[in-house]
Design a protein around this ligand. Structure first.
Ligand SMILES: *[C@@H]1O[C@H](CO)[C@@H](O)[C@H](O)[C@H]1NC(C)=O
Ligand SMILES: *[C@@H]1O[C@H](CO)[C@@H](O)[C@H](O)[C@H]1NC(C)=O
Ligand SMILES: *[C@@H]1O[C@H](CO)[C@@H](O)[C@H](O)[C@H]1NC(C)=O
Ligand SMILES: *[C@@H]1O[C@H](CO)[C@@H](O)[C@H](O)[C@H]1NC(C)=O
Ligand SMILES: *[C@@H]1O[C@H](CO)[C@@H](O)[C@H](O)[C@H]1NC(C)=O
Length: 431
């Protein structure tokens, strides 16, 4: 009895003390071996499949405005065995396996035990999160998937008490995502390096810092992975808040609205007007989202948020599914040879977000490739084999080299099914 009582008291003590231990670090969201290393050494570096990230819970100095950007660890942090070479380089963009993206991402050098780190020009009271606008900046899918979501994962638990520092800074990028950035940080961004804007040239001192961003997967916030606690649904909720999007049920499903994403360069719908006309016949109010319509992100997110169905050929525009309401429908047109990418990038995330998903698989005769290759060519007969040869082989063919002409008779069945899904969505309770 006494032993049990004693154990219980200890347990209570542990429970009371534990949060305090974790709160001593700015990055209490990290657990397990990373957290142990952080408490012991004041710094930990995590190498994931797509990102490298270094976290320090002690003081740093950051020199900006000249290449490379250097982070001096000034709190006697000890980099562990793997990183013992006291000089470490991190390219802070979550696509480390992609050589093209990495070539466009400047490295940040981390130096520990420096004898004479430069004196502070400015002292900050909150930690820094350092990331890059390099990589695939400008592509909507990659902006959201490789930067915005990882930024949310890495910094949302800091509750805006965080200073963003951007390398390879692009003004247009920051303008486009300003609503998101200002919802994650209360401070003006520091430009560490840029080929198009003026970089800051001061030495910035911080109580703690993170170099690089956490990445969990395509449009994924895994609440059981570190830093933990946030789900994809939380991210979606955050986005909707940042853009002040309406909550509650969608518009009436008796005259449902379809946003039809119009592509200009590759994977164009050659008979787009006929497709839009057919969708109208089936009962949709169709809005063709041309570049002009998409241009203003706030306006377009509101448009998407109000629609019942978002339709598009596989491509970055489908990233807008993030702005749909729950139970809305995503209709993806899957070009020849792009089944896998369509599944991984949009089908799976759509379902994970609680959206209804339907796809139209292009048959080989509907692809413009059909008229460009002999009928027995592997591009037409064996797309999987071509894909296995690598992205540098498949990209110019399937991703950049084809348009589609949709078979209207066959597509009508898909539209009718989509119409039924929309009708059914009114029966399901919404968020
Ligand atoms: C920054 O903080 C350090 C340590 O507290 C202090 O010595 C230094 O004068 C401060 N620098 C500025 C520019 O405020
Ligand atoms: C989330 O993370 C856990 C633990 O790391 C893992 O087992 C699980 O498969 C992940 N979920 C997804 C959807 O990747
Ligand atoms: C955004 O929408 C509003 C209201 O519909 C319109 O007045 C405005 O011109 C649009 N802005 C842009 C940049 O398209
Ligand atoms: C594609 O990349 C692989 C290895 O990354 C290389 O061996 C091959 O030559 C490249 N092919 C083309 C067509 O560039
Ligand atoms: C719509 O709901 C009905 C019954 O509620 C069901 O039988 C039908 O399969 C659903 N339609 C689709 C396309 O899921």
């Amino acid at each position: 009895m006494l032993i049990i009582k004693c154990l219980l008291q200890m347990l209570v003590l542990v429970v009371i003390l534990l949060p305090n231990i974790f709160l001593t670090s700015h990055f209490h969201a990290f657990t397990g071996s990373a957290q142990r290393e952080l408490s012991r050494n004041g710094v930990t570096c995590i190498s994931d499949t797509e990102s490298n990230i270094c976290i320090t819970s002690d003081t740093v100095r950051l020199t900006t405005g000249k290449s490379p950007t250097v982070l001096y660890l000034t709190g006697d942090q000890q980099l562990s065995q793997q990183n013992q070479n006291t000089l470490l380089q991190v390219r802070p963009y979550a696509r480390k396996t992609d050589t093209f993206a990495m070539a466009r991402t400047s490295p940040v050098t981390i130096i520990s035990n420096a004898q004479h780190p430069p004196p502070c020009d400015i002292n900050h009271s909150v930690p820094a999160v350092i990331f890059s606008n390099g990589g695939f900046a400008g592509n909507f899918f990659h902006d959201v998937n490789d930067v915005i979501i990882p930024l949310f994962l890495t910094s949302s638990h800091l509750r805006s008490r965080v200073q963003f520092v951007i390398t390879d800074y692009e003004q247009y990028w920051v303008n486009k995502y300003r609503k998101i950035l200002t919802h994650l940080s209360s401070f003006d961004i520091i430009v560490a390096s840029s080929s198009s804007s003026t970089a800051d040239k001061r030495v910035h001192c911080f109580p703690a810092a993170v170099v690089g961003l956490k990445y969990h997967g395509n449009f994924l916030c895994n609440s059981t992975s570190e830093p933990g606690g946030v789900s994809t649904a939380d991210f979606r909720h955050f986005l909707h808040t940042a853009f002040s999007l309406r909550k509650g049920p969608m518009g009436p499903t008796n005259s449902p609205t379809m946003v039809l994403l119009s592509r200009r360069k590759s994977r164009k719908i050659l008979n787009e007007e006929n497709v839009a006309e057919l969708a109208r016949e089936v009962g949709f109010r169709v809005i063709v989202a041309t570049q002009e319509v998409v241009k203003n992100l706030q306006n377009f997110t509101e448009l998407v948020n109000g629609c019942n169905i978002l339709m598009g050929v596989h491509g970055a525009g489908l990233t807008n599914l993030m702005f749909l309401r729950q139970q809305a429908v995503v209709l993806q047109v899957v070009p020849w040879g792009l089944d896998w990418a369509s599944m991984a990038y949009y089908a799976r995330p759509a379902k994970r977000l609680g959206l209804q998903y339907i796809e139209y698989l292009i048959e080989v005769e509907e692809s413009s490739l059909y008229n460009e290759y002999p009928k027995d060519h592997p591009v037409l007969t064996d797309p999987w084999g071509i894909n296995l040869k690598g992205y540098n082989v498949s990209k110019p063919v399937y991703t950049d080299g084809q348009n589609v002409k949709i078979n209207l008779a066959r597509f009508k069945d898909t539209l009718l099914k989509a119409r039924e899904l929309v009708r059914n969505s009114s029966k399901v309770s919404v968020e």
